[in-house]
Design a protein around this ligand. Structure first.
Ligand SMILES: *[C@@H]1O[C@H](CO)[C@@H](O)[C@H](O)[C@H]1NC(C)=O
Ligand SMILES: *[C@@H]1O[C@H](CO)[C@@H](O)[C@H](O)[C@H]1NC(C)=O
Ligand SMILES: *[C@@H]1O[C@H](CO)[C@@H](O)[C@H](O)[C@H]1NC(C)=O
Ligand SMILES: *[C@@H]1O[C@H](CO)[C@@H](O)[C@H](O)[C@H]1NC(C)=O
Ligand SMILES: *[C@@H]1O[C@H](CO)[C@@H](O)[C@H](O)[C@H]1NC(C)=O
Ligand SMILES: *[C@@H]1O[C@H](CO)[C@@H](O)[C@H](O)[C@H]1NC(C)=O
Ligand SMILES: *[C@@H]1O[C@H](CO)[C@@H](O)[C@H](O)[C@H]1NC(C)=O
Ligand SMILES: *[C@@H]1O[C@H](CO)[C@@H](O)[C@H](O)[C@H]1NC(C)=O
Length: 452
């Protein structure tokens, strides 16, 4: 071999080495990206479990070092028992605050869906009920408390009632049914009751082992109602509750958001409150249909075209509107105790964009938006079978939500506007000055509005 060819071959080797080095650098570069993602994930997990706040600046270690760290991180990612406290990151400030407010919370999350009747709360509650195995959902447990106490004179004082609601909710969020048991009638025997209100509305109470079917027949997962469960063993319900990471309760009975402060501040809980509101005109229209006999008076007024201004019914309507607004004002004013724990949602927005709103709500609660929940929402908001018609969902459910415009007499719409004006303004519901506008579908009565 000539000198020349030897040299050429040496050059080739050199180039090869350089090339390999470049490839290696690119790979390492990529890996450090992965590293950073993996670390984020780990840190989130770590935060979810225990929350020490030590930091280790792995980000400024050498590439070789970072590969080691990557390996070590990866091994930990699959070892849930690992001690992650040595690995942390430049945690963003707001996340830090969150950590601080709940210094030793576990990964448990608690959601209170706070609404009033006829706001679509059962439907929105399903967004959580349908989450799947790791969420324990209760539908209107305070019904029992209200039922037993509204007749009792000693608690006609709203402050006392609110305190009882809060204590029962606290118990339930902690999977302790005993505060609630006191209000179930007839009283449970050995913590067993056949009388829990709307038990079938909680999937968690319809699954084995909480539900031991009396009659076994073909059961569809989402048709709890046809399944006959035996009496509810609350001890079992509590066990099931404790085994689940997420807890959600829907209630139309909490009147004032501020009465929840001690609950929100309870270090054992990690509460998020979602206040669901709806156009008060729609609520009235819906109530007139649902509770027809109770609203006979309103129908008469509509026919006569005259509404007595100082009627008790009007005062009640005003009271309802005012307390909804006042709760929202408390929430939107972001008091320290409620920071990042309050979200206001309009039913109309959910009707227009169910999936997006559900996504936002889940994001807010910190609970992963499960595919089961997604599927349920898809199934229950679709008009037609054409799954690829993106707009059908939006169009149909928003049509549903606007039906009231054709059922409410214009006179009554005006009454609501005069009584609930400030509430409507706050939530962005537009006033109508004539019947034509009320029933003209191409005119939206909803201002686009974001609530922070
Ligand atoms: C990384 O460490 C070196 C010295 O060890 C320091 O000069 C440099 O500023 C650090 N970089 C960062 C991003 O912290
Ligand atoms: C964390 O770091 C300490 C010393 O800095 C070390 O002794 C300990 O073993 C480390 N823990 C883990 C789980 O790596
Ligand atoms: C994790 O490691 C840190 C420091 O290495 C230690 O202080 C802490 O007690 C450990 N935690 C657990 C649960 O082992
Ligand atoms: C929080 O800390 C207290 C005492 O420091 C402890 O009893 C409790 O079990 C902890 N809770 C969780 C969820 O870790
Ligand atoms: C309700 O009871 C609380 C405490 O017992 C008392 O402070 C409050 O003034 C009462 N409110 C009304 C409206 O009676
Ligand atoms: C309810 O369930 C608990 C826990 O499994 C059990 O110990 C208890 O005997 C049950 N009660 C009744 C009345 O079956
Ligand atoms: C909207 O969807 C519901 C449920 O699928 C259906 O019953 C209703 O007829 C639809 N409404 C319109 C206006 O398409
Ligand atoms: C409904 O409102 C639109 C937009 O203001 C208007 O163009 C249309 O003529 C109205 N329809 C009726 C039936 O009044």
């Amino acid at each position: 071999m000539s000198n020349e060819s030897k040299q050429r071959s040496r050059m080739k080797t050199k180039y090869a080495v350089v090339f390999i080095c470049i490839v290696a650098i690119v790979i390492i570069e990529k890996e450090s990206n992965i590293l950073s993602r993996v670390s984020k994930q780990l840190i989130q997990r770590q935060r979810a479990q225990q929350t020490p706040k030590k930091t280790l600046e792995y980000s400024n270690t050498t590439q070789k070092g970072s590969l080691m760290v990557l390996k070590s991180l990866l091994s930990k990612l699959y070892d849930t028992k690992g001690n992650y406290s040595n690995y942390s990151e430049d945690i963003e400030e707001e996340e830090l605050e969150d950590v601080e407010t709940k210094s030793n919370s576990s990964a448990r999350k608690h959601v209170l869906l706070m609404a009033t009747t006829r706001t679509g709360s059962s439907f929105v509650g399903e967004f959580f009920n349908q989450h799947g195995e790791s969420l324990f959902y209760l539908f209107e447990p305070l019904w029992h408390v209200e039922g037993m106490l509204t007749s009792a004179a000693e608690v006609s004082n709203g402050t006392v009632l609110a305190g009882i609601y809060r204590d029962v909710l606290r118990g339930l969020f902690l999977c302790d049914f005993s505060p609630l048991e006191k209000f179930i009638s007839p009283p449970p025997q050995d913590h067993v009751t056949p009388a829990l209100f709307r038990r079938e509305s909680s999937l968690s109470l319809c699954e084995e082992p909480v539900c031991s079917p009396v009659i076994k027949h073909v059961i569809e997962r989402y048709h709890c109602k046809i399944r006959r469960c035996g009496p509810l063993n609350l001890t079992l319900a509590s066990k099931s509750c404790l085994s689940k990471q997420y807890h959600a309760i829907k209630s139309v009975r909490v009147r004032h958001l501020e009465t929840l402060q001690p609950l929100v501040e309870d270090p054992r809980l990690d509460i998020r409150v979602i206040q669901l509101v709806r156009d008060p005109r729609a609520i009235l229209a819906s109530r007139m249909v649902a509770f027809s006999s109770k609203y006979q008076m309103w129908k008469t007024w509509a026919q006569d075209g005259q509404v007595p201004e100082d009627d008790e019914e009007l005062k009640k309507l005003k009271g309802n509107c005012d307390h909804i607004r006042m709760s929202a004002e408390v929430g939107l004013s972001k008091p320290g105790w409620l920071r990042r724990r309050y979200m206001l949602v309009r039913y109309e927005d959910i009707a227009r964009y169910p999936m997006q709103k559900a996504e936002e709500m889940y994001k807010f609660t910190g609970i992963p938006f499960s595919s089961q929940a997604r599927e349920w929402i898809l199934r229950n908001t679709q008009t037609t079978q054409e799954a690829n018609d993106v707009y059908s969902t939006q169009k149909n459910s928003s049509e549903q939500a606007e039906k009231w415009r054709f059922s409410i007499p214009f006179t009554l719409a005006q009454v609501v506007q005069s009584v609930c004006g400030p509430t409507m303004k706050l939530f962005g519901y537009k006033f109508v000055n004539d019947e034509k506008t009320l029933i003209n579908k191409s005119i939206s009565l909803l201002e686009d509005k974001l609530f922070f």
